[in-house]
Design a protein around this ligand. Structure first.
Ligand code: ADP
Length: 448
């Protein structure tokens, strides 16, 4: 028991004893005790009133003067209050600094609570997203950003990749949205103005498309003349005939390159989806097998198998082109005598086309970069086999337009497997006349 507390008990005992002793000679000891207790009660009531008066009317000022346990109580309360005030001031200034720095940011910053309702935003968010401080606080974010692509992104809760969309108040302003989860399931939404980058990207795409398009006519003329000269090969000196043969090979390569560049531009530029139909996987694989056999010329054994009962909803031209690229790569890189298998089978989350070979395989360090344009493991070999370096980039873009993705697994010396995985919403009954829901098949974002 503390010293102050003991002293208080002593004071109580002393007063009661004095009261009892004073009343004793008059046979009024009980009254003496009552008066002693009453005095103590009056003292404590007075201090309680002083405490109440201080906390209610002037909490910022010094506490009332008191001794003993009340003095200690006042002092402790005063110190505690002072500490609280300092912490509060510090927190307020930290919050103010955070808000000031967010205000100074050129990117929009929006804080959403766990339900997705707007809590706070900076002035850039007002400028870019049209949020209004007076009306919009507490509103659900999807009441203001209504684009279905944004709603899908918000609800999917997979925020690893950003989402690019035009601003809801200015079609010409391109924004990149990125969401971060924090605290108690709250979300921080950041939007960055990428209009300039987007325009540059568009210029790059247009430039490549235009150059490829312009190269087509001169190339056709060259090919035509070279064919004519090649028909007259016996009449030409042997050296010239050889040169013409080489020129023909190179113009063919250039033509393939131009065609692949034009196809990539088209895949990047138009939204697609207009030519989507029910595709029978078996006939698709048979067509690809026929072309691959023609390229292989019996140097490899090619087999097909269909193990999933569904049909695929997609563009025949695009899916055929993706599968051909994979099958032709297997023919070109697996080597003579290889076994190539083309499959349609069930995969976790959907179904997949698989192209597997037992050729030389690929070193795993190259795999993450294989779908980059013009990335080759062995440049000399790729050129010699007639590759343009764009095959897997085309496959990736085709799959993106079908909400699908490419998985590559390979070990050097143990062959390679390329898997095009289509989600369940892309699968349809092979016989029925149904069509997957339009919302489910909405276009995936083409990466920049
Ligand atoms: P390319 O026109 O050079 O074939 P691709 O984009 O189609 O371009 O392929 C990129 C690279 O991936 C190729 O250069 C090749 O080195 C490698 N590759 C693709 N498929 C296979 C395969 N089945 N086996 C081994 N390597 C492969």
């Amino acid at each position: 028991m503390g010293l102050l507390w003991r002293r208080e008990l002593w004071r109580l005992t002393a007063l009661v004893t004095i009261g009892a002793l004073l009343g004793w000679p008059f046979s009024l000891a009980a009254w003496g005790i009552i008066i002693g207790l009453g005095l103590i009660l009056a003292y404590h009531l007075r201090q309680l009133h002083a405490l109440y008066d201080w906390l209610t009317h002037r909490p910022q000022q010094e506490p009332p003067a008191a001794t003993g346990i009340w003095g200690e109580l006042f002092d402790r309360l005063y110190r505690y209050q002072k500490g609280q005030r300092i912490t509060q001031r510090r927190l307020r200034s930290t919050l103010q600094r955070i808000q000031e720095s967010s205000e100074a940011m050129r990117d929009s910053v929006v804080m959403l609570d766990r339900h997705g309702d707007l809590e706070w935003w900076n002035s850039a968010a007002e400028r870019m997203l049209g949020l209004k401080p007076a009306q919009d606080r507490g509103q659900h974010i999807t009441n203001l950003l209504r684009d279905p692509r944004f709603v899908g992104y918000l609800n999917k809760r997979d925020y690893r990749e950003p989402l690019s969309l035009p601003s809801p108040i200015d079609e010409n302003m391109m924004l990149q949205f990125q969401i971060t989860l924090y605290g108690d399931d709250e979300r921080l939404l950041m939007a960055r103005d990428i209009t300039r980058l987007h325009r540059l990207e568009q210029m790059r795409r247009d430039f490549v498309a235009n150059v490829s398009h312009e190269l087509r006519t001169p190339l056709t003329v060259l090919t035509g003349y070279l064919e004519t000269y090649s028909d007259m090969a016996e009449m030409l000196p042997a050296r010239l005939a050889r040169s013409i043969d080489q020129m023909q090979g190179q113009t063919r390569r250039m033509q393939n390159l131009v065609n692949d560049l034009l196809l990539l531009s088209r895949l990047e530029n138009d939204q697609g989806g207009n030519d989507h139909v029910r595709l029978d996987p078996r006939s698709l694989l048979q067509a690809v097998e026929r072309d691959a056999n023609a390229l292989s010329n019996d140097r490899q054994r090619i087999e097909i198998s269909v193990d999933d009962p569904h049909a695929l909803w997609g563009s025949e031209k695009e899916v055929h082109s993706a599968l051909s690229n994979l099958a032709f790569n297997a023919v070109r890189y697996a080597g003579d005598g290889a076994h190539i298998q083309l499959r349609w089978r069930s995969c976790p989350g959907g179904a997949c086309f698989e192209v597997e070979d037992n050729g030389e395989g690929i070193d795993p360090r190259h795999i993450p970069r294989l779908t980059e344009r013009f990335y080759r493991v062995d440049k000399g070999r790729s050129t010699a086999t007639g590759g343009t370096g764009l095959g897997l980039a085309i496959v990736k873009h085709v799959l993106l337009r079908h909400n699908a993705h490419l998985e590559i697994s390979s070990q050097p010396g143990q062959g390679a497997t390329f898997r095009c995985i289509f989600p369940t919403q892309r699968l349809v009954d092979i016989a029925a006349n149904d069509e997957p829901g339009a919302a489910q098949c909405s276009q995936a974002q083409t990466p920049e």
